[in-house]
Design a protein around this ligand. Structure first.
Ligand code: RB5
Length: 141
């Protein structure tokens, strides 16, 4: 199950990503918003907790830039949220950081590229290399 959430700046892109998830028969839970003006940290919290509590396997967060919502998500213990604007980063953050949430900027990244970035993120496994496991453990306070 994929958790997905956005603020008003990410709403249009979220709907494009939902189309991709549905076209690929991927189960998701949409935590909002629905296009109305909202405060992005609330949606980062909803998606972040859904992932760290085990309700969802991975998360997708979108705000205007992807910056605010990724900063907010990364305050939650156990969240490793990566703001990605390219497929290389989406692949590397899964392989190296075992990122469990991806953030995107709805005013930054076009829908075609965004869908490829999400597809890369969702279909790349963590490498499991000892050095990456060690470094991830060092992140936690
Ligand atoms: C909302 O206008 C905007 O500030 C937000 O979507 C995001 O870009 C914050 O980082």
């Amino acid at each position: 199950m994929i958790a997905i959430g956005c603020d008003h700046g990410g709403y249009e892109l979220k709907m494009e990503i939902i189309k991709y998830l549905e076209a690929n028969q991927m189960k998701y839970k949409d935590f909002g918003c629905h296009g109305e003006p909202v405060d992005y940290p609330e949606y980062a919290k909803l998606v972040g907790h859904a992932v760290v509590d085990g309700e969802c396997d991975k998360g997708i967060l979108i705000c205007g830039t992807g910056i605010g919502i990724s900063i907010a998500a990364n305050k939650i213990k156990g969240v490793r949220c990566a703001l990605c604007g390219d497929c290389f980063s989406a692949q590397a953050t899964r392989e190296h950081n075992d990122a469990n949430i991806i953030a995107l900027g709805g005013r930054v990244t076009g829908p075609g590229l965004a869908v490829k970035i999400v597809d890369t993120f969702l279909n790349t496994e963590f490498s499991g290399d000892e050095r990456h496991v060690r470094r991830i453990a060092l992140i936690e306070p």
